[in-house]
Design a protein around this ligand. Structure first.
Ligand code: MSP
Length: 735
């Protein structure tokens, strides 16, 4: 049997998960269910990364031991994932991997020993002892180069992590190093020989240019006296293993690599059966997965993964990455309380153009649930089945139209054979499958919803309620309803991995036997629904959500959560401490950062590319995710500003620093991530569009008092500054 092994990152066990973590896990769950339907034997890994300074510190703040702390977080995380149907009991993940598992200790030590015993491609030892002197960010769990930190504000002060805006730890100690610098050529030839090793292409290009720029060796141990909550270095217990080195290995120790005890449990051949696996991750931790991990595998002589697939990040409405630290990520308990699990799953897969960032808030989920699910899919199911009950006493009508009735049927827009509809359905099925294989989940769903719109229109044009008035047209009426019901059967199969429970619901309402997950979409053939069978009871799949009421409830709940977190003191702040925001920097000291610009400077393609389902009621025009009101718009103050000075920000490839006259007593200082595309000198005197009431924030130690608007062009989001064709006074407001 063909096998499929897929992994999510193992999440830091220092705080509770949010929607970002849910997303990768839903994508993993979706792919697993899809592959199972296609006849693969699957294995799906998620879990927790449980070592390191940050966890030690979080536990100290809560008065727990690190072990108690991680156990507590794991308990909560598992129950949250179970609430979303992602655990084994619901057909979700197969293993919840923990790096504190004894078998992982065994496998990680074996991995270290193997790498240490082998040579680099350039014939030198892979692991050597040296002395590390530098700066470490505990929440990022990465070492920072000078270019990756905000310099200390005063003499003798500490530099800050630009992500967490917290002081870095000075590390100056003996350390083992992994000779990553010897792997540049080997990695490049790996990427070249396997063009789909890193996906999407934009990420592959990013990684390749990073590696072409040269790699530095990585410190892979800390003194036990500095970091004790970690795996001991084999044969040198004074040292502990760097947590990224430890964590990445989980993907193979989970399958029994390097551990007799795990092999005994999972089966001698388990690793051979499931490796190589496919790694899903956010682009924030691409470099660890696409550079460090493949080099580690080469070092230990282990086969490379099947692929590394990086998705974009969920951002808040201001464009910042959703994280616990910033408190701007969507909370799982709130999502769970107000939306159906399947509606959340559908939203996650439909809204984000896989690979690109995407803005999100609770309202966007609500809108999609109402338009695409309640008015779209749910409505088609209920109108079809209600009519079968009403006009055919709940019995599936015959699909065919007899010779003598064909002309009449044609007049109602119904062909005698279902050829046209069934070929469209086949095409949609093929598009769905192809897009899933290419990780374009949003497009797969777009295709499915295109079919919903088509059948909706077919019903509305045929007007069954009018056909029902004429006995002559009874066959036509039956054929219309049969076609709609048969389309729903196909959709239940296609949509099973997206919305397992609702697909099962559609299946039962159609009165079908078995379950949609047992059918391979490629084996669907028109006509599987049998005339003469009884359909089931009609039950609403996605009841419409009252927007005003629900949004008011959510806002109240969020305010209460904020208040109670504020009041919970030490223990709450440790839980809310941090999850995702940290890992955007390299695990590779000295490697240039792919992006040293905060998200508000990066293109937000995902948000504008989201399209509502065609034919769904209350839809917005193409290219508009959700409408805003004029009240929303006037909150944003846009002004004309003239660039007085412009210069590059030291040690940043991307940032320019401007002083801009926006018609106020003093010019403003504004930073923009456009240095790769504009020469600063050429911008002096240009009139730009400035967001003038954006909360000031620090970038690279400089306060940015506004934001410059630019169009985002092409795949890579090249910025093109917005400007004016006519002369306009500084400070003029854009309305
Ligand atoms: N422990 C490391 C991973 C080690 S894997 C060997 C880690 N953990 S994390 O808790 O920070 O989780 C990171 C992952 O969570 C991201 O790569 C992504 O999959 C998911 N997300 C966290 N926040 C996110 C968003 N705001 N948006 C989308 N996904 C993000 O890094």
């Amino acid at each position: 049997m063909k096998t499929f092994y897929v992994t999510t990152p193992i999440y830091y066990a220092n705080s509770l998960p949010h929607m970002g973590h849910l997303y990768t896990t839903v994508v993993g769950d979706f792919l697993t269910r899809y592959k199972r339907q296609r006849g693969y034997e699957t294995y799906f890994l998620t879990g927790t990364d449980e070592h390191g300074t940050n966890i030690e510190r979080a536990s100290a703040r809560t008065g727990r031991t690190p072990r108690e702390h991680v156990d507590y977080i794991v308990g909560e995380l598992k129950s949250m994932f179970a609430d979303f149907g992602l655990d084994s009991a619901h057909g979700g993940f197969d293993i919840f991997m923990r790096t504190t598992e004894p078998f992982h200790y065994e496998g990680a030590a074996e991995f270290w020993r193997r790498a240490a015993a082998r040579e680099t491609p350039k014939g030198r030892e892979n692991i050597y002892k040296g002395f590390y002197e530098g700066w470490f960010c505990a929440p990022c769990a990465t070492f920072k180069t000078e270019a990756e930190m905000i310099p200390a504000a005063e003499e003798g002060g500490l530099p800050l992590c630009p992500i967490h805006e917290r002081p870095l730890d000075k590390v100056s100690e003996e350390s083992y190093f992994f000779r990553l610098s010897d792997y540049d050529e080997a990695l490049l030839s790996l990427y070249e020989s396997r063009p789909d090793f890193i996906r999407p292409d934009a990420r592959r290009n990013e990684v390749m240019s990073l590696v072409r720029g040269g790699l530095e060796d990585v410190s892979i141990s800390r003194l036990k006296s500095s970091v004790s909550w970690a795996i001991p270095v084999p044969d040198d217990p004074k040292h502990t293993v760097y947590i990224w080195f430890d964590a990445l290995i989980n993907y193979i120790t989970a399958l029994g690599w390097g551990s007799e005890s795990r092999k005994a449990e999972a089966g001698e051949d388990f690793f051979g059966r499931f490796w190589p696996g496919l790694h899903l991750l956010g682009k924030d931790i691409l470099r660890q997965h696409a550079v460090l991990w493949p080099a580690m595998l080469l070092a230990a002589g282990v086969e490379q993964p099947a692929g590394i697939v990086a998705h974009g990040l969920w951002l808040d409405q201001t464009g910042r990455k959703g994280s616990k630290t910033l408190g701007n990520a969507l909370e799982l308990p709130v999502l769970r309380r107000h939306f159906k699990v399947d509606a959340v799953r559908y939203f996650l897969l439909r809204e984000m153009s896989f690979g690109q960032d995407c803005k999100v808030d609770y309202e966007a989920i609500l809108e999609r649930s109402n338009s695409d699910l309640a008015s779209g899919l749910g409505n088609l199911v209920s109108r079809t089945l209600t009519m079968i009950h009403k006009y055919f006493d709940g019995v599936v009508p015959a699909p065919d139209i007899s010779e003598g009735k064909r002309l009449l049927a044609k007049r109602a827009g119904v062909d005698s054979d279902a050829q046209e509809l069934s070929s469209s359905l086949e095409l949609v099925r093929d598009q769905f499958v192809q897009n899933v294989e290419e990780f374009a989940f949003h497009r797969a769903l777009e295709a499915a919803w295109g079919m919903i719109a088509r059948v909706d229109k077919f019903i509305s044009d045929a007007k069954p309620w009018e056909l029902a008035r004429s006995e002559e047209q009874r066959e036509t009426l039956g054929a219309v309803l049969y076609r709609s019901a048969e389309t729903l059967r196909w959709l239940a199969v296609l949509l099973y991995p997206v919305m397992p429970e609702s697909a099962g619901g559609i299946w039962r309402q159609l009165g079908l036997e078995g379950e949609p997950q047992t059918l391979d979409p490629n084996e669907l053939r028109w006509g599987g629904l049998r005339a003469g069978e009884r359909v089931g009871e009609v039950a609403p799949l996605f009841p419409r959500i009252d927007k005003a009421k629900t949004m008011a409830e959510i806002e109240k709940e969020l305010a209460q959560r904020k208040e109670s977190e504020g009041g919970r003191g030490a223990s709450a702040s440790a839980d809310a401490e941090h999850t995702g925001a940290h890992a955007t920097q390299a695990a590779v000291p000295g490697a240039a950062t792919a992006s040293d610009v905060k998200p508000e400077q990066s293109p937000q393609k995902g948000a504008t590319e989201a399209q509502p389902a065609p034919g769904a009621q209350g839809q917005t025009p193409e290219g508009v995710a959700t409408y805003i009101t004029i009240e929303d718009f006037i909150k944003v103050e846009l002004k004309v500003g003239e660039v007085l000075t412009a210069e590059r920000v030291p040690k940043s490839d991307k940032l320019l620093r401007f002083t801009v006259d926006v018609g106020e007593a003093q010019p403003r200082q504004i930073l923009a991530g456009i240095a790769e595309h504009y020469e600063p000198e050429k911008l002096v005197g240009r009139k730009l569009v400035i967001v003038s009431n954006l909360k000031p924030r620090k970038l690279r130690g400089f306060e940015s008092q506004g934001m410059v608007l630019a169009a985002s062009v092409g795949e890579e989001g090249r910025p093109v500054l917005a400007t004016f064709a006519e002369d306009v006074p500084n400070g003029a407001r854009l309305k």
